[in-house]
Design a protein around this ligand. Structure first.
Ligand code: C2E
Ligand code: MG
Ligand code: MG
Ligand code: MG
Length: 283
């Protein structure tokens, strides 16, 4: 009886593995098809200078418009894309669309810095700087019009190779930003070693700032730390005018958040910029 139980256990277990890998396989197939069927969408969220309200950039955020499942958010497929290596295709796609957008905006006289998120795998790919250079050239945009956002965990995996890739991208003229600052490991060591231009305070601290003294202190210290290191400091997760004012008061340079705008389809950005009015600020 015990043996049979073990056996049944094993069967169930194998079934579970089988089901899991089949699901993964079909998700990978779906991701590949999504590129061919044009199911990815480039969304962008504006970044503004907090002291003046001027729009200075956008962050590119990918969306997957799945024919059956509807709008799929990046948290649901980026980690899987990273594990399987599909992220390489996706990163190229995002940079390609971002370069297109940058060029189209420039032709309308709108000059914005476009921030693109990079993943662990991207930093291990030594061909990446060449590929990026090729995309910039083909779309007649300058590398200086781009900022590459990296997370601390992305750098952890293979620090030496990641550093080489980042130094080459920075050498080409791209800005580098540490995303979700304060949530990972060894942030301070990276700030010292890498050619970083910008530090983004994670939205978890910004969202709780008004109710949590600890979070407010973390935000304030991070701004001071960034400035002491000569970096631009950006806050994400600004959902209210009050949060904007607190951050501006603390000297935070730039911000993005639902208060200004949720991420929007890239083709809506130009008209958003043209109609955007910042709230009355202490001028
Ligand atoms: P992230 O790079 O930290 O991007 C900021 C996230 O915060 C976005 O979520 C954005 O919609 C959200 N956000 C912005 N303002 C607010 C706000 O005021 N309140 C709240 N509650 N949330 C706000 P999203 O678009 O769902 O992206 C999630 C994460 O997925 C990103 O975090 C980034 O790590 C990753 N991701 C998105 N697009 C890409 C991409 O093209 N490539 C890679 N590698 N990762 C991406
Ligand atoms: Mg980001
Ligand atoms: Mg972030
Ligand atoms: Mg984040």
């Amino acid at each position: 009886y015990a043996a049979k139980q073990r056996n049944e256990g094993a069967v169930v277990y194998e079934d579970a593995i089988d089901k899991g890998s089949q699901q993964s396989l079909s998700l990978l197939t779906e991701l590949r098809q999504a590129v061919e069927n044009n199911e990815f969408r480039l969304f962008v969220q504006p970044k503004v200078t907090l002291a003046t309200g001027r729009v200075v950039g956008v962050e590119a955020l990918v969306r997957w418009q799945h024919p059956v499942r509807g709008n799929v958010f990046p948290d649901q497929f980026i980690p899987f894309a990273e594990q399987t290596g599909f992220i390489r295709v996706l990163t190229h796609w995002v940079l390609e669309r971002s370069a297109e957008l940058c060029h189209a905006l420039a032709q309308r006289g709108i000059h914005l810095k476009v921030s693109v998120n990079l993943s662990t795998r991207d930093l291990l790919d030594q061909e990446l700087p060449f590929k990026f250079g090729e995309i910039f050239m083909r779309h007649h945009v300058s590398p200086g019009a781009f900022c590459l956002e990296i997370t601390e965990s992305a750098i952890m995996d293979d620090p030496v190779r990641a550093q080489q890739t980042l130094e080459r991208l920075h050498g080409m003229g791209c800005d580098l930003s540490i995303d979700d600052f304060g949530t990972g490991y060894s942030s301070l060591a990276y700030l010292k070693r890498l050619p970083v231009d910008e530090l983004k305070i994670d939205k978890s601290f910004v969202l709780n700032m008004a109710n949590d003294v600890g979070d407010a202190k973390i935000v304030r210290s991070t701004i001071d730390l960034g400035h002491n290191m000569g970096l631009r400091v950006v806050a994400e997760g600004i959902e209210s005018e009050a949060a904007w004012h607190i951050l501006a008061e603390m000297g935070c340079d730039q911000g993005q958040g639902y208060f200004m705008s949720r991420p929007m389809p890239a083709d809506q950005l130009a008209s958003w910029v043209e109609t955007w009015r910042a709230p009355a600020l202490a001028e």
